[in-house]
Design a protein around this ligand. Structure first.
Ligand code: SF4
Length: 114
């Protein structure tokens, strides 16, 4: 089976985030008994498309599983350090009160009328 994720301009995930997402999809599919032997990200932007292969080897999926477990463990331990990218601040429900968004360099939401 091949897993393909179509990304558009509105999707602000970083490359490594998108790759991890597909690897986690692949792990889930494998756990339901399906055989995943290929994964790709198809980027569609302004009528143009490009694609990128995502590794789904056993080693790559083991690394993705470990990364996901580390993220879950961090959540359980209440580690919520801002990433610093600011890529998600525009869609964040708590941006108006977040004291960390200034650190990201994201400044669009500055007044109550926005
Ligand atoms: S507004 Fe704050 S909590 Fe929301 S994404 Fe940005 S840094 Fe994270």
């Amino acid at each position: 089976m091949e897993v393909i994720d179509y990304k558009t301009a509105g999707d602000l995930r970083l490359d490594h985030e998108a790759e991890l997402q597909l690897q986690l999809y692949s792990i889930g599919l494998k756990e339901t008994g399906r055989s995943v032997n290929r994964a790709r990200i198809m980027q569609i932007l302004d009528g143009e498309s490009s694609e990128r292969e995502v590794q789904v080897s056993p080693a790559a999926l083991d690394a993705a599983r470990d990364k996901a477990r580390g993220c879950v463990q961090g959540i359980l331990e209440r580690e919520f350090e801002p990433s610093g990218s600011g890529n998600h601040c525009g869609r964040c429900d708590v941006a108006r009160i977040c004291r960390y968004k200034a650190r990201t360099g994201w400044t669009r939401l500055t007044s109550a009328g926005d």
